[in-house]
Design a protein around this ligand. Structure first.
Ligand code: SF4
Ligand code: SF4
Length: 112
């Protein structure tokens, strides 16, 4: 890929929304998400630590939002993170993306 993916210069959604997933995605339950980075939400769900804080920021997010970020557990990230994304080059766009970007003062993305 010639250009840097827009998400690698953003990260807003990792610091805007609660990230909840089924307990079966935990490493200890046969999934891949490291247990140490998740908090119990309900009997059957867990959430990425930090995503329900008053000023949310996932504990796995590395870098500075709006400049350069990465997911510290990219290969092991939970399903909501795999399903959420912006690929404007492919016309794939999550509407909540721009909501997250606006929370962090970032300009909206446009699908061409
Ligand atoms: S999906 Fe949207 S809000 Fe999330 S990192 Fe990518 S551009 Fe930013
Ligand atoms: S696990 Fe990774 S992709 Fe998911 S919210 Fe946290 S930093 Fe973002």
């Amino acid at each position: 890929m010639a250009a840097v993916n827009v998400c690698q210069q953003c990260g807003a959604c990792c610091a805007a929304f609660r990230v909840s997933f089924h307990v079966s995605e935990l490493e200890s339950e046969g999934g891949m998400v490291p247990d140490r980075l998740a908090d119990e939400e309900t009997h059957s769900t867990r959430r990425m630590r930090g995503t329900d804080y008053a000023r949310p920021r996932c504990i796995a997010l590395v870098g500075k939002i709006g400049e350069s970020v990465s997911c510290g557990i990219y290969r092991e990230r939970p399903s909501p993170c795999r399903e959420f994304g912006a690929r404007t080059d492919l016309g794939v766009f999550e509407p909540a993306c721009n909501k997250a970007r606006s929370i962090h003062g970032l300009a909206p993305l446009l699908i061409s």
